[in-house]
Design a protein around this ligand. Structure first.
Ligand code: SF4
Length: 348
């Protein structure tokens, strides 16, 4: 059956993408291995996070938990500590839940079929495609933000990239690309690399692009219009009071309970997870911090509280704070807050 023009064009791009990737691929630590476990960890860390940030996290993780078995048997608090600062902590919890399933259902061997990979917690179609192609060289497509940008520009697709029709067209093109080669690992990584290093969202370096001659958006001078902008979620401002409660040189911390965002992390008591402590209206905060997560703009205000109601928690010395997993927003506050004895003098 004859192929439609878009599929024929996609197949012609394959040798150029592979040749470019062979010359320009960055030397990233997870590219030096075909270990599916190591590639899986890198793919999950890279969701929502830049390569430069991920490298030290990935290296530390692989030293501490080098196999599925190590991850499955690690204390959840250790896993969260290794993830601290990367955000979106459900990713870390899903990794450990998946490691337990791999031990239970696959005798500790990372599964090598796309369906079994996709059945693991925290793994969607993109991540299953990335692991299947990179670790097992299977012809599985990938479509993420980078690939959407490249394909919509190459094929001049101006519709909303979140629309179902365009999504299915893009997955089909990505499938044609990866099925057009024996080196599926290199082809998919070429797309990732081109999106990350050349086909930038704002000002693509088209002169350095291996597929410039075939790119519709470049020819029509519409790269600034493609991909079409999608509606942004409206932001929500939240203000959280945080209580700085000390006893001698120790600080009271509480663990975020199950069912809350960032469950398992430690933080200063606050009015989100424990009942509000009434504060005199004129009280000035000891420190403030701002933190943005998804659509939330969060402002934290830390107040010294000298006579709190009975609060459960853990009294921690400064040194202990370093070893506990603590959310990024509370780390920011802790860096600004005085040593406990100083705080006691401030509020006396
Ligand atoms: Fe992106 Fe430019 Fe290459 Fe087109 S020619 S894929 S816009 S970098």
């Amino acid at each position: 059956m004859p192929q439609p023009p878009a599929q024929r064009k996609a197949r012609r791009l394959v040798p150029r993408l592979l040749s470019w990737y062979g010359k320009h691929a960055r030397d990233l630590p997870w590219r030096r291995t075909r270990d599916p476990y190591a590639i899986w960890i890198s793919e999950i860390m890279l969701q929502q996070t830049q390569v430069a940030t991920v490298i030290p996290y990935w290296e530390r993780w692989m030293r501490a938990l080098p196999t599925v078995n190590h991850l499955a048997r690690a204390k959840p608090e250790h896993v969260l500590k290794l993830w601290e600062g990367l955000g979106y902590y459900s990713r870390a919890r899903n990794l450990q839940a998946a490691a337990h399933l791999i031990l239970k259902n696959h005798q500790g061997q990372f599964p090598n079929s796309p369906e079994a990979i996709r059945a693991l917690p925290g793994i969607g179609r993109y991540t299953a495609g990335a692991i299947s192609s990179i670790a097992f060289n299977l012809p599985e497509p990938i479509v993420d933000g980078n690939v959407v940008r490249i394909l919509t520009r190459l094929f001049g697709q101006r519709e909303d990239p979140k629309a179902k029709v365009l999504q299915s067209k893009l997955w089909s093109l990505a499938e044609t690309l990866v099925r057009g080669t024996e080196d599926c690992a290199a082809l998919n990584q070429a797309l990732m690399e081109l999106g990350a290093t050349v086909c930038h969202p704002r000002s693509p370096n088209c002169t350095d692009c291996p597929v410039e001659r075939s790119c519709t958006a470049h020819k029509e001078n519409t790269t600034h219009l493609i991909p079409a902008a999608t509606a942004r979620a409206s932001t929500e401002v939240r203000r959280i009071e945080v209580y700085w409660i000390t006893r001698g040189d120790r600080i009271l911390l509480r663990q975020r309970p199950d069912g809350f965002h960032n469950a398992g992390f430690w933080e200063l008591p606050n009015n989100e997870t424990c009942p509000s402590i009434p504060l005199p209206p004129e009280l000035e905060p000891l420190a403030t911090a701002r933190h943005t997560i998804t659509k939330f703009r969060i402002q934290l205000l830390a107040y010294a509280v000298t006579k709190p109601r009975a609060l459960k928690g853990r009294w921690c010395g400064r040194g202990e704070l370093e070893s506990l997993p603590i959310t990024a927003a509370h780390r920011k506050l802790l860096r600004q807050l005085p040593a406990p004895n100083e705080a006691a003098q401030t509020t006396a």
